[in-house]
Design a protein around this ligand. Structure first.
Ligand code: ASP
Length: 324
């Protein structure tokens, strides 16, 4: 058997499991497509029939607000049928394996699976077992990756900063347990961000050697100094032993982004956060709701990016079919 690839024989996206190894051209193509789905505030959202006849099923075994809602809206706005499996109400709780669940939905002609799972490798495992015309899109894999988040973060920076090469981007907080940070690292590396910083207490920074090329800072002040982009992260309590979870008050005192601290960044810096935010822990409300915050734009971009990814994998599927 060939080693797993998320690309088809022509090198086109078949599944989206990771941004690792993606070229800047591949990323740019997805961002361009996403941009075409953005509308001015107040205008009705973009719609098309690109996914007419396609069924998109989502299976989330970890909580989600933004990713789940935006995948669903993206699929609906492209004309797809959408199914969200309520995992607590599904036969998984009766002991059905993930593959049996997938095969069941595949038998109902689900063409695209959107999967979030707390376990490493589940998305790839499913992708290896589905029928050739079916695609698997990761909606977040353990601490490892969250590819559509990485893309929407890149799109947001592109919108506000116009490019990547001259930027100082600081990713701040619990980088160690964050799939958002890992996908950000991958996409920013592909797009050749000027300077990428990872900033946090030592216990929350990744192992030395992980994220080569990123500069490590164990001081918030030094880490965000003159930054163009400050991306704040939530403490991933669910991935930590109880004893090592920092006290929220202590953490806020040292690592919380306040308006005063933000003054260290460039005057026109943008502040990002993937959500959910823990206000007054990693980010003060005055910053989250302040003039530098682009957090809501990230959410808007999430729908556009997911539309772009859905359209891309279905377009590639149709191209493969057309040749047969
Ligand atoms: N929503 C993001 C994720 O699923 C970030 C977070 O949960 O902190 O990884």
């Amino acid at each position: 058997m060939l080693p797993f690839s998320q690309y088809d024989a022509d090198g086109r996206l078949h599944h989206l499991i990771t941004l690792e190894g993606m070229s800047s051209a591949q990323v740019r193509e997805l961002l361009d497509r996403a941009q075409a789905h953005l509308r001015r505030p107040g205008e009705p959202p973009a719609r098309s029939r690109a996914l007419e006849g396609v069924s998109v099923g989502s299976i989330f075994t970890e909580p989600s607000t933004r990713t789940r809602a935006s995948f669903e809206l993206a699929a609906r706005r492209l004309g797809a049928d959408v199914l969200n499996l309520e995992i607590q109400l599904s036969s998984r709780v009766k002991g059905e394996t993930v593959l049996d669940t997938i095969y069941t939905l595949q038998a109902m002609a689900v063409d695209v699976f959107v999967i979030r799972d707390a376990e490493v490798g589940v998305c790839q495992y499913v992708a290896e077992h589905v029928q050739p015309h079916v695609s698997v899109l990761s909606a977040g894999e353990a601490h490892v990756s969250h590819p559509t988040q990485g893309l929407l973060d890149a799109l947001t920076i592109l919108q506000f900063k116009g490019g990547f090469r001259d930027l100082v981007v600081a990713v701040v907080g619990d980088v160690r347990h964050s799939r958002v940070a890992r996908s950000a690292y991958e996409v920013f590396t592909a797009l050749e961000v000027g300077e990428l910083r990872i900033v946090g207490p030592r216990a929350l920074l990744p192992e030395a050697g992980e994220m080569p090329g990123a500069r490590r800072f164990e001081s918030l002040e030094a880490g965000i100094l003159h930054a163009d982009v400050v991306m704040m992260l939530r403490i991933q309590r669910e991935r930590m032993a109880e004893a090592s979870i920092p006290d929220p008050h202590d953490y806020c005192a040292r690592w919380g982004l306040t308006a005063k601290r933000l003054k260290l960044a460039r005057p026109e810096a943008i502040v990002m956060h993937p959500g959910p935010m823990n206000r007054e822990v990693e980010i003060a409300s005055e910053v989250a709701d302040g003039p530098h915050s682009v957090i809501r734009q990230q959410v808007t971009n999430g729908v556009a990016v997911r539309m772009a990814v859905l359209e891309t994998v279905i377009g590639n599927r149709d191209r493969r079919r057309g040749r047969r």
